[in-house]
Design a protein around this ligand. Structure first.
Ligand code: GDP
Ligand code: MG
Length: 180
């Protein structure tokens, strides 16, 4: 996080947020949906940029979120400490149609906590909620894990856009509240 005066016209905030979770849960698509309103049905793990920046206004101030995507390293369990460095927010994503991705959440949380040296606003995200017919993780299970771990919780769909903006903006708002 950094805060500085810009042309004497008030403050500007820059928050680093990381997206973590197992391969193919929809991390890259959540980011592209939020930052560019795009969805890719055939996205490859290797496609992706390091981060994208998106702004919102809080209390009349411009707040920029620099949101990092793993670009596929999670496949090899090689998400580096540089990825986490300086992060003040995190979305921990699982796929509601694959229980194994939900069972990995604890490991992702451990890794996040190991690498963070500051307060991190964390949101547990159950993605692909458009696939209700093949759901494998109940909303209740998501909620209770989030409660037990002290995380915000939301189910999203990068495909039909459900709760995507909400999830990111809630994390950004929480970070803002943490630092202001
Ligand atoms: P990542 O490996 O976590 O970055 O996952 P991707 O964003 O690459 O998505 C993996 C696959 O899931 C792709 O085929 C996406 O099109 C698909 N996908 C991502 N989000 C959703 C979603 O919300 N609903 C559905 N039905 N498919 C999704
Ligand atoms: Mg990806």
């Amino acid at each position: 996080m950094s805060s500085s005066d810009e042309e004497g016209s008030g403050e500007e905030y820059l928050f680093k947020i990381v997206i973590i979770g197992d391969s193919a849960v929809g991390k890259s698509n959540l980011l592209s949906r939020y930052a560019r309103n795009e969805f890719n049905a055939h996205s490859k793990a290797t496609i992706g940029v390091e981060f994208q920046t998106q702004s919102m206004e809080i209390d009349g101030k411009e707040v920029k979120a620099q949101i990092w995507d793993t670009a596929g390293q999670e496949r090899f369990r090689a998400v580096t400490s540089a990825y986490y460095r300086g992060a003040v927010g995190a979305l921990i994503v699982y796929d509601i149609t694959r229980k194994t991705t939900f069972e990995s959440v604890g490991r992702w949380l451990d890794e996040l906590k190991t690498h963070s040296d500051t307060t991190v606003a964390m949101m547990l995200v159950g993605n692909k909620c458009d696939l209700e017919n093949i759901r494998d993780v109940s909303v209740e299970d998501g909620k209770s894990l989030a409660e037990a771990e002290g995380l915000f919780f939301m189910e999203t769909s990068a495909l039909d856009s459900t709760n995507v903006i909400k999830a990111f903006e809630l994390v950004i708002q929480e970070i803002y509240d943490n630092v202001s």
